[in-house]
Write a protein that binds this ligand. Structure first.
Ligand code: AHG
Ligand code: MN
Ligand code: MN
Ligand code: MN
Length: 334
């Protein structure tokens, strides 16, 4: 087919960030460089994933259990280290908080100290790895506030509206990076022949409503009756289709492009649900709102939730406005 325009091939992620900020001041340059570092991490992880099964360090478990109580997969540990190593000498961040680390990682004094904190889920959906299905990485960037002497990272517990930027990488048939710095949602596709993420969609808008609902119905009997009523409703009404990939990034990405709703509700055993606020639901909520959609816990906007600890979980209903409101109407009816 027609070779894409040279100009399009030159719209790399770092250039796009500078354009978005319409300034070339130190903030813009730092954020552009920061996004470039995230792209480097994504390329390193994508390369390792493409060799899964052929090289050590992707499949299987490390034998460790993380702060979430989850068995750590080799790829979780590898990807976590990738983010630390690409940011350690960058002079951009001074602290990294991850799903895989109980306490944040502080950039040691002998490294250049940055002005930002990176919160990330290095591999999301790691249960998909051994069956070669899609996984992702999720990231959130906040301004570093204070020096956090005791390592309690209290300043990170502020609402998701304090995020400067958020996004994810989807390691699928192609590797895509989707981000927002508060000026719309934009997607980039990794061109392996260039080793660059090239702009693929700008100002992505969620359809106001969609036919997809995405939830693990295996938990049906764990849910509140009001939520079961919602599921019964979509079962009875024509026009709904169920899609669930077991990996938040891929399930959200489908909703972002096709519309609909993803839910991970609370249950009897886990009233707060499974997904973690600071590096899973808040970054995606940032994107959902930027794309004209919504993200709710069922009783409040995800972006308004103030965490009381670093690894706090929240129930999540995220996607097209109308679909989120329909779910809420069942929950709030009680
Ligand atoms: P992670 O691999 O980062 O621990 O996240 C897994 C999460 C999320 O990706 C997905 O939506 C959810 O777990 C699936 O949970 P269930 O298997 O309980 O449906
Ligand atoms: Mn995990
Ligand atoms: Mn995850
Ligand atoms: Mn993870």
């Amino acid at each position: 087919g027609q070779e894409p325009s040279l100009d399009r091939d030159c719209t790399t992620l770092s250039r796009h960030v500078l354009q978005q900020l319409q300034s070339f001041g130190p903030d813009a340059q730092d954020l552009s460089a920061l996004m470039n570092r995230i792209a480097l991490a994504a390329k390193l992880i994508s390369r390792r994933l493409s060799r899964s099964g052929l090289v050590e360090g992707v499949l299987g478990f490390t034998g460790e259990v993380n702060v979430q109580g989850e068995s750590v997969k080799r790829i979780d540990a590898y990807a976590n280290e990738v983010f630390i190593s690409v940011f350690k000498q960058s002079g951009l961040v001074c602290r990294l908080a991850s799903e895989e680390m109980e306490k944040p990682y502080y950039i040691p004094e002998n490294c250049p100290i940055g002005r930002y904190t990176l919160l990330y889920d290095p591999i999301d959906g790691s249960s998909n790895i051994d069956s070669n299905l899609n996984v992702g990485s999720i990231f959130s960037i906040r301004q570093q506030e204070g020096i956090d002497e005791d390592g309690s990272a209290q300043d990170l517990l502020q609402s998701g509206r304090k995020q400067l930027a958020a996004g994810y990488v989807l390691y699928g048939p192609s590797t895509m990076l989707v981000y927002s710095i508060g000026k719309g949602v934009h997607s980039f596709t990794l061109d392996p022949s260039l080793g660059e993420f090239i702009l693929s969609s700008e100002n992505i808008q969620l359809p106001d409503c969609g036919s997809i609902y995405s939830v693990n119905e295996g938990n049906f009997w764990q849910w509140d009756e009001s939520l079961r009523d919602y599921i019964r409703y979509v079962h009875r009404h024509e026009g709904y289709t169920a899609r669930y990939g077991g990996a938040l990034v891929g399930d959200f990405h489908r909703i972002l492009f096709e519309g609909g709703v993803f839910l991970y509700p609370g249950s009897v055993k886990q009233p707060e649900g499974k997904l973690r606020l600071l590096y899973e639901t808040a970054p995606l909520a940032f994107l959902a709102e930027q794309a004209g959609g919504r993200a709710s816990t069922g009783v409040e906007e995800i972006l308004d939730v103030v965490a009381d600890h670093l690894h706090q979980r929240t129930p999540v209903i995220i996607g097209s406005k109308d679909n989120v409101e329909l779910v809420e109407s069942f929950i709030q009816e009680r």
